[in-house]
Design a binder for this molecule. Structure first.
Ligand SMILES: O=P(O)(O)OC[C@H]1O[C@](O)(COP(=O)(O)O)[C@@H](O)[C@@H]1O
Ligand SMILES: [Mg+2]
Ligand SMILES: [Mg+2]
Length: 335
């Protein structure tokens, strides 16, 4: 069968037989895909339903919530609570952990969501997305214990994201490489359009919010200063810069054509540990990036090795083409 005809369900069945995936994981991934379809539909109709603006509330991170942040959150809660193996949901928009079982068993799933990433882009009709991560409880627990959801990223069994851009994409890893699907209008199916995604090892494109230059630490300034000196600078390369203010869109571009994305800790965010959240932004993206042959670092550690201490924890993020992440790690060591 032509790759573009393979549906997400068919793909999951073949992954299941090749890699012995648990059938409940397949059901959960189907529920996540259904949620992404619904959210995509809600975003595309948002202007008609008056759903693009902000709510009057702020989330646990003190950020003003968009109406669609709240809607996307509800969609994931409603559709991903059905699979009997899900023990808990951790969501960006909700302070507490949402336990679905009183006495979770070994192997039960812990699912982490950024229901809508880059939501400041909604009002201006630019790309946004959803991010998910799935881990398992290593042992049964007698009663719910919030510390048991603090799993390192290296324990993820699946992760991915959906981008709601000119088309809706779904990109997924189950630890066996990375595959990308496009939502087909009409049939409503996600079809395999980007099999075996691989990130080029070298790149001449970086993404950072350069308005924070005055807040950056020396290694990040050094990297940026060298990049913008172009061919005549120490890197001998004419670098290009991008910033979409939506991590999903940045990661998707890097998966398609390479590049490096940075949201480092700086003088403005160091007291919180950085900007991006470990459990539902950094970890899932790091897993996808590594599975596609890239690298993901805090500047001093591999992101997937960071031991979480709280479920809304923030970390510095540097990810993408290996060569650039290696340069940035070295600049951090040398500083
Ligand atoms: O506005 P800034 O500082 O450029 O930050 C943009 C970053 O913030 C985020 O939008 C945070 O995501 P949320 O919309 O889920 O809070 C990232 O997607 C993006 O990389
Ligand atoms: Mg986000
Ligand atoms: Mg979000």
């Amino acid at each position: 069968m032509n790759v573009t005809q393979i549906t997400f369900s068919e793909f999951l069945l073949s992954e299941r037989s090749q890699h012995k995936l648990d059938k409940d994981l397949i059901f959960l991934l189907e529920d996540i895909a259904t949620s992404c379809r619904i959210i995509s539909h809600q975003i595309r109709g948002g202007a008609f339903a008056g759903k693009l603006g902000a709510t009057k509330s702020t989330n646990v991170q003190g950020e003003t919530q968009k109406q669609l942040d709240v809607i996307a959150n509800e969609v994931f809660v409603r559709h991903c609570s059905n699979c009997g193996r899900v023990a808990a949901l951790v969501l960006e928009e909700v302070d507490e952990i949402y336990w679905l079982k009183d006495k979770p068993e070994a192997g039960d799933y812990l699912v982490y969501f950024d229901p809508l990433d880059g939501s400041s882009n909604l009002d201006v009709n630019l790309s946004v997305g959803s991010i998910f991560s799935i881990s398992q409880l290593p042992t049964a627990i007698d009663a719910t214990d919030d510390r048991s959801i603090l799993r390192a990223g290296s324990e993820q069994i699946s992760a991915g994201y959906s981008v709601y851009g000119p088309s809706t994409s779904l990109v997924v890893t189950t630890g066996n490489g990375v595959n990308g699907f496009t939502h087909q209008q009409g049939t409503g199916e996600f079809r395999l359009t980007f099999p075996d995604m691989l990130i080029p090892e070298t790149t001449a494109e970086f993404a950072i919010n350069a308005s924070r230059y005055s807040l950056w630490h020396p290694p990040v300034r050094r990297y940026f200063d060298e990049c913008i000196r172009g061919k005549d600078g120490p890197r001998n390369k004419a670098f290009n810069m991008r910033w979409t203010a939506s991590m999903v869109a940045e990661v998707h571009r890097i998966l398609i054509r390479g590049g490096v994305f940075l949201y480092p800790s700086d003088a403005g965010n160091i007291s919180s540990g950085g900007k991006l959240r470990l459990m539902y932004e950094a970890n899932p993206m790091a897993f996808v990036i590594e599975q596609a042959g890239g690298a993901a670092s805090t500047g001093t550690n591999r992101i997937l090795d960071v031991q979480p201490t709280s479920h809304h924890q923030r970390v510095p993020v540097i990810l993408g083409s290996k060569e650039e992440v290696t340069v940035l790690d070295r600049y951090h060591r040398e500083s």
